[in-house]
Design a protein around this ligand. Structure first.
Ligand code: FRU
Length: 515
């Protein structure tokens, strides 16, 4: 976390872009950052998050709370774990303590146990340090008590934080594993425990790949490759700030092996630094190539062993300056992640969780030639998000470009374009509307995309942001945008030749947060 200049939005900025997203979770009238303690329990997804209960800028860090049965309709709940005179409550995770190993619940009615970072305040016994603490809930996550024996794991470090705990069952036995960071050493530290209270050091991973900034919010989980239960790999997620491929905050990952004590990244996940010590960030593995997907972690206890992640849709480069009020900041859509063979290697593919029944499409097109003149698509609609699914053969065109949230006079738009010469997908928000609230906001990000048999496959969600999932979700680009009011135009065109639009479906998605 880095603090930047902070201010509440003024009326002009609100007029320019005060729209709340429809599908993305935002708190009613406060600030949020990292998703915390993502857990599914008794039919509900719980989204806890870094929250300032008193303001819409970072501070007074506590765990806010929202619940949902479908990851789309969220109900904001009271603050779950609050800061106090001793500590700020930084990021962490939640487990369902099925075996009542902690003694906080019973075996019949297990407690939910939160493992969070205590950022100790001046004048307290642990002042100047960050250490790991517990809180527990015996009413299915609705109310929480801090454990009297906190902290449970301290190492005298000022930057030891963001514990993600999971149950390990494997060749090395059965126990709780914690991954946390020594943020300024670019290291993930691993610990084990039988009861969530006593922790024993196991190993360290890192530095590796993007290691210029702080390492934050790690995660470690197994996934079958291409659904094969006999070929399970482990994924280590390490969020970095700064040091992302798009600049500022972002999430990198490694694919490898975990033996119950140590994570070893596969060689093809690792990028060796050049002779001058720099690392080519474009060769590292990224959860997202855009500017606004950070602190991403996965749910514990998700049904059917699904691996579902949510990220904070923001970037510490400008986080406290977003021109919204009274809330500031939101979450990404939930993404189901799997490991699939991509170009011969196991890589994450991500699929956004979307409403199942979204009614009749606003437009379906098939086998349409695309030229310079472009095809007008249905406008985005105030009050709904837009979903665009397309299969395009770039053919002889140099670029194929969507203009999204375009002003009616054509003066502004967010442009998502594929360059067939460089094979790059670019999301360009430099002229997307209100970009002036922070000098680092106007930006264009690119990701390498390989066509599948000459076909570009896109799934794009437009909702005060653009999240573009390409080639079945093996490449994702996500950026916030703040279009000026009335900028709803949508267009697709080919430049420098002719492309073929094999199929396109545009839908309006309507889901509202429940506060
Ligand atoms: C990541 C982060 C975490 C920390 C939290 C504080 O965005 O800096 O490392 O626990 O935010 O709000």
């Amino acid at each position: 976390m880095t603090e930047t200049t902070t201010h509440r939005s003024g009326p002009d900025e609100e007029a320019a872009s005060a729209m709340r997203p429809i599908l993305h979770y935002t708190a009613k009238d406060t600030w949020l950052n990292d998703p915390n303690g993502l857990v599914w329990y008794q039919g509900l997804y719980h989204l806890f998050y870094q929250n300032n209960p008193f303001d819409n800028v970072w501070g007074n860090m506590s765990w806010g709370h929202a619940t949902s049965s479908d990851l789309l309709h969220w109900t904001e709940q009271p603050v779950a774990i609050a800061c106090d005179e001793q500590e700020d409550v930084f990021s962490g995770s939640i487990v369902v303590d099925h075996g009542n190993t902690s003694g906080f619940g019973t075996t019949e009615d297990p407690a939910l146990v939160a493992i969070y970072t205590s950022a100790f305040k001046e004048g307290t016994a642990y002042q100047g340090t960050q250490a790991q603490s517990l809180a527990f809930s015996t009413d299915a996550g609705m109310t929480w008590s801090k454990y009297a024996g906190n902290p449970v794991l301290a190492r005298g470090s000022a930057h030891f934080r963001d514990p993600k705990v999971f149950r390990y069952e494997g060749s090395a036995g059965s126990c709780w594993i914690m991954v946390a960071v020594e943020a300024q050493h670019q290291q993930v530290v691993l610990y084990r425990s039988d009861n969530l209270k006593d922790w024993e050091y196991l190993s360290t991973f890192g530095p590796a790949n993007s290691s210029e900034g702080e390492w934050e919010c790690p995660d470690l989980f197994p996934l079958p490759v291409d659904g094969d239960p006999d070929n399970v790999k482990w994924v280590m997620v390490v969020n970095v700030n700064p040091g992302s491929v798009a600049g500022g905050s972002g999430g990198q990952y490694f694919v490898g092996h975990f033996d119950g004590a140590q994570f070893t990244a596969d060689r093809d996940s690792l990028v060796s630094p050049a002779a001058d010590g720099t690392t080519d960030l474009r060769r590292c593995l990224w959860l997202d190539w855009g500017r606004d997907y950070y602190a991403a972690v996965s749910f514990s206890n998700a049904p059917e062993n699904r691996r579902i992640m949510i990220g904070w849709m923001n970037n510490w480069d400008y986080a406290n300056s977003l021109p919204t009020s009274p809330w500031r900041s939101g979450m990404s859509l939930a993404r189901e992640v799997e490991l699939a063979t991509v170009d011969g290697l196991p890589r994450l593919v991500q699929r956004p969780v979307l409403p199942l029944d979204s009614g009749e499409p606003a437009r379906v097109l098939q086998d349409v030639e695309l030229h310079d003149s472009g095809v007008q698509l249905p406008d985005a609609m105030d009050g709904s998000a837009q979903l665009i699914e397309a299969e395009i053969l770039p053919g002889t065109a140099r670029t194929v470009a969507f203009r999204l949230l375009a002003a009616s006079d054509g003066s502004a738009a967010t442009v998502l374009s594929f360059d067939a010469v460089t094979s790059q997908l670019t999301l360009d928000r430099r002229n997307s509307g209100n970009t002036s609230f922070h000098e680092k906001f106007a930006s264009a990000e690119s990701a390498p995309v390989k066509l599948d048999d000459g076909v570009l496959r896109l799934r794009v969600i437009v909702d005060q942001s653009v999240e573009a999932f390409a080639q079945g979700g093996s490449v994702v680009l996500s950026d916030l945008v703040f279009p000026l009011s009335g900028s709803l135009g949508t267009e697709l065109r080919a430049e420098g030749g002719t492309a073929m639009l094999r199929k396109l479906v545009v839908r309006n998605l309507e889901v509202t947060d429940v506060h």
